[in-house]
Design a protein around this ligand. Structure first.
Ligand code: MG
Length: 272
């Protein structure tokens, strides 16, 4: 069925079906977005804290030999790893441009040069965006994010204009591209890579084979992953209601419901 026409069910209302699906394959690959999925979105990304319950669930889930866990975030690789701070699970930062244990250049061939370009763009943006109250530039090494969650609506067009001005010459030369998320403009390398490609890469190289794949995420960038996974996957969009336009098969209302679902998974894994 085309996206949008599918009736989305809350995953918590379909646990019997999910249990049946999980019972068909021995292994589970659990792919999780971070901000807005495991944790509520904070006023600024550096204020975010991982709920203790989440840390404790992930710490238990990673002990199962038949489960692969990866956190796939738009944050920098170092940042997401530092925040979650658990060994034994995998991390993918910068929307999957950087993956645990994988050389940067395997995914981004000209990584070193790109880091210099992103650095220059971030510095220039920092200078010009001084005129926009609340704007914040986050240099994430392979990408850069311009956050405008705290920017008054009347200043957003100016912010967009300035970001366009600074990045134009790099976009024209095919070096970077702009993408949009929730109250953020991102400057990313102009390569054909996204969370979906990262998930496919992990499935092929490091995740469990013959596994049921589960992906939970809330943002536009997670749609690439929902699309990349086949019909047998359990894809869950975190959204306020069932009417959300998404490629995912299920939804949950908020990170608290994500936690209920993860707890349920943990209980199932423990019982089998
Ligand atoms: Mg998110």
């Amino acid at each position: 069925m085309p996206p949008g026409n599918r009736k989305l069910k809350n995953v918590l209302d379909d646990l019997k079906q999910i249990e049946e699906r999980l019972s068909k394959r021995k292994n589970v690959n659990l792919f999780l977005d971070f901000d807005g999925t495991l944790t509520h979105i904070a006023s600024s990304p550096d204020k975010v804290k991982v709920p203790q319950e989440i840390t404790s669930i992930l710490a238990k889930i990673r002990e199962f030999d038949n489960v692969f866990v990866a956190i796939i975030s738009g944050r920098s690789f170092e940042n997401v790893k530092e925040i979650i701070n658990l060994n034994g699970i995998h991390y993918a930062g910068n929307h999957g441009l950087e993956i645990s244990g994988v050389k940067r250049t395997e995914i981004v061939p000209n990584a070193a040069q790109l880091v210099r370009t992103i650095n220059k763009i971030s510095e220039d943006l920092n200078k010009v965006l001084l005129t926009v109250p609340g704007a914040w530039v986050e240099n994430k090494s392979l990408t850069s994010s311009v956050h405008y969650r705290s920017v008054p609506a009347s200043h957003v067009p100016e912010l967009n204009r300035l970001v366009g001005e600074i990045t134009a010459r790099y976009i024209d030369r095919g070096i970077v591209k702009l993408t949009r998320g929730k109250k953020v403009v991102e400057i990313r390398p102009n390569i054909n890579w996204n969370k979906g490609k990262a998930v496919k890469w992990m499935q092929k190289n490091i995740a469990k084979k013959r596994a049921t794949n589960i992906y939970i995420g809330d943002d536009v960038t997670d749609e690439d992953a929902f699309k990349a996974l086949d019909e047998s996957a359990i894809t869950v969009k975190v959204a306020r209601d069932a009417k959300v336009k998404t490629e995912a098969r299920y939804f949950v209302n908020n990170p608290t419901e994500v936690r209920y679902f993860l707890q349920w998974l943990l209980d199932k894994a423990g019982a089998s």
